[in-house]
Design a protein around this ligand. Structure first.
Ligand SMILES: Cc1cc2nc3c(=O)[nH]c(=O)nc-3n(C[C@H](O)[C@H](O)[C@H](O)COP(=O)(O)OP(=O)(O)OC[C@H]3O[C@@H](n4cnc5c(N)ncnc54)[C@H](O)[C@@H]3O)c2cc1C
Ligand code: FES
Length: 252
């Protein structure tokens, strides 16, 4: 898929987060929240880089990213009008529920795929967002525009798992338990959320992050360990995920 950069702007002045909007040339693509695009980072790169889809509308695709290494550094230099090469939206995304309330839990760059969920759920969702420090808090205003409640926590005050637990306990007391939790972030956070969901009997979907090579399910370079009828199996994060039922994942 070829696209043209429509916007590529820094989200916060003091941090390396970018908001990239790509106008896709052929608008015959389907995308779902929780899927990712595998983007080429220039001629010198054999491997593409996976980025979660933050939003898609018409032929406009939005991703947000943090500059971490050479690939994302290359992306940060792209200007409006530049061409960009990406594979079509891939992977298994979040299952958006028609009814009931949802809790969205995101840590760091894990908040990005949840933004589209937030927009689809609207006031049926609460969002709990965790960041390393106050100066890195971003996109919380966009979540606040659609969700019923948005909680933000930074590492100096605690972890987002605590906020999520408080929300679930409050919802249980009010007799309005969530029907689903969607979560994306670092593995220990996801494990904590999976345990919380299990404790309260809430369905939970987690989006896993593994380094990827082919990105299309061919190389087994991105596997994670999952439960499989009394035993375990390795599943590919790029093709069988990145979103998994939390009960399926073996955390280790
Ligand atoms: C399904 C999926 C969705 C993702 N969505 C987003 C997103 O929406 N926004 C975003 O900013 N990033 C996202 N990532 C992570 C992103 O793909 C990596 O940050 C990116 O590939 C780094 O490339 P680079 O060339 O800049 O860095 P490299 O030079 O390749 O690496 C720089 C540093 O980042 C670490 N790193 C690289 N890839 C990963 C990874 N997958 N997991 C953990 N650490 C990694 C390396 O260990 C190294 O320390 C996603 C990853 C996956 C698997
Ligand atoms: S990256 Fe090749 S199978 Fe997932």
């Amino acid at each position: 898929m070829t696209g043209t950069v429509a916007q590529n702007t820094k989200i916060l002045p003091g941090a390396n987060y970018y908001d990239l909007r790509i106008e896709i040339q052929d608008n015959n693509f389907d995308a779902f929240p929780g899927q990712f695009v595998h983007i080429s980072c220039g001629p010198g790169f054999t491997l593409r880089r996976p980025l979660s889809i933050c939003e898609a509308e018409g032929n406009m695709l939005r991703v947000c990213y943090e500059v971490r290494g050479r690939g994302t550094e290359y992306l940060s230099k792209l200007a409006p009008g530049d061409k960009i090469d990406t594979l079509p939206p891939a992977g298994r995304g979040f299952k958006i529920r028609e009814g009931g309330r949802a809790l969205l839990v995101g840590g760091g760059i894990g908040i990005y795929p949840l933004l589209w969920c937030a927009k689809l759920y609207g006031s049926r969702a609460d969002a709990m967002l965790g960041f390393r420090s106050k100066s890195l808090v971003h996109l919380d205003d966009e979540f606040a525009r659609c969700c019923a409640t948005v909680g933000v926590i930074t590492d100096d005050r605690g972890f987002v798992t605590q906020l999520a637990e408080e929300s679930v306990c409050r919802a249980a007391e009010q007799g309005k338990l969530y029907s689903v939790i969607h979560a994306c972030g670092p593995k220990p956070m996801l494990q904590g959320i999976a345990e919380l969901a299990e404790r309260f009997g809430i369905d939970c979907e987690v989006s896993l992050e593994e380094r990827m090579a082919c990105g299309v399910g061919a190389c087994m370079g991105c596997v994670c360990k999952t439960r499989d009828t009394g035993d375990f199996a390795y599943k590919r994060v790029c093709a069988d995920g990145p979103v998994f039922d939390a009960r399926e994942v073996i955390w280790q």
